[in-house]
Design a protein. Structure first.
Length: 127
C-alpha cells in the first residue's frame, strides 16, 4: 500500500451510456444508481477511490486509463465485469491490463461481479 492512510484505488468500468442494455433486465437509471451506490460504499469503507468510466473504443479507453494511472501510486485497480465478461470488450480489457502492468506494477488487481460487489473485491485483494 502507499504511504497514505487510505488505500488508493482506481475503479475502471464502462460508462453506463456505453453499456448495451437492450437485452438486460435493468435500465440506465438503475445501473447508474447501482454504480453510485457501489462507489459510495467503497469511499465509506475508507478507500480513496477514483472512478474511471470508459466508452467501448479500445484505443480511447487505454488512453484514458493511462492518463489516470499517471496521477500517482495505486494500491489496487478494479476492472469491472462489464469490461471483462463480454467477448466484444476483450481488446479493451487486454489493453487495460497491459497498461496497469506497465504503469502501476505494484497495484493489486481486483475484479467485481457487479457494482454491488466492488467493495468485496477490493477487500479481498487489500486485506
Amino acid at each position: 500500500m502507499t504511504d497514505a492512510a487510505a488505500p488508493r484505488v482506481l475503479l475502471i468500468g464502462l460508462a453506463p451510456e456505453a453499456v448495451d442494455l437492450s437485452e438486460a433486465p435493468i435500465d440506465y437509471e438503475t445501473l447508474k444508481a447501482r454504480i453510485a451506490a457501489g462507489d459510495a460504499a467503497v469511499a465509506a469503507a475508507g478507500y480513496e477511490a477514483i472512478s474511471c468510466q470508459l466508452g467501448t473504443d479500445p484505443s480511447e479507453g487505454e488512453a484514458t486509463v493511462r492518463a489516470r494511472l499517471g496521477e500517482g501510486v495505486w494500491d489496487a485497480v478494479m476492472i469491472g465485469a462489464g469490461i471483462r465478461a463480454l467477448p466484444v470488450h476483450t481488446e479493451l480489457f487486454e489493453r487495460i491490463v497491459n497498461a496497469v502492468h506497465e504503469l502501476a506494477p505494484t497495484a493489486r488487481f481486483a475484479f467485481n461481479a457487479s457494482p454491488d460487489t466492488t467493495l468485496d473485491a477490493l477487500a479481498r485483494v487489500l486485506a
